[in-house]
Write a protein that binds this ligand. Structure first.
Ligand code: ZN
Ligand code: ZN
Length: 111
């Protein structure tokens, strides 16, 4: 999310943990300024993709990143109950980070 009350790096906050952007906390942008940081994405990717342990979002709940209600598995933020990320967004965000040499991100392995 974008925090209009903050300046500089604090303007950019992860929708899933509310941490601000920093050198070691890069972000991937979803629709309408939604943001997920690398740390949340790593958790989400490990749970939903690597461990195949995502959960269905309740009826009426849309993915925070794409704003669509999907039937696939989701990751729910442990810090913000209302923040959900669908598997599609998690995979896409992972691809974006993998292609970005500055991110240094690699998809989490098993165990
Ligand atoms: Zn985060
Ligand atoms: Zn999504």
């Amino acid at each position: 999310m974008h925090d209009p009350s903050a300046r500089g790096n604090d303007f950019f906050k992860c929708d899933f943990c509310l941490s601000a952007w920093s050198e070691d906390r890069q972000m991937v942008e979803g629709h309408r300024g939604a943001l997920i940081c690398v740390k949340c994405l790593t958790l989400a990717y490990a749970q939903v993709v690597t461990q195949d342990a995502g959960q269905a979002a309740p009826a009426g709940v849309a993915c925070t990143l794409c704003l669509e209600q999907r039937t696939q598995k989701h990751w729910r933020s442990p810090l913000r109950d209302e923040a959900w990320a669908c598997e599609r967004c998690i995979r896409q965000s992972g691809q974006v980070l993998e292609k970005d040499p500055d991110s240094g991100w690699t998809r989490p392995g098993r165990g």
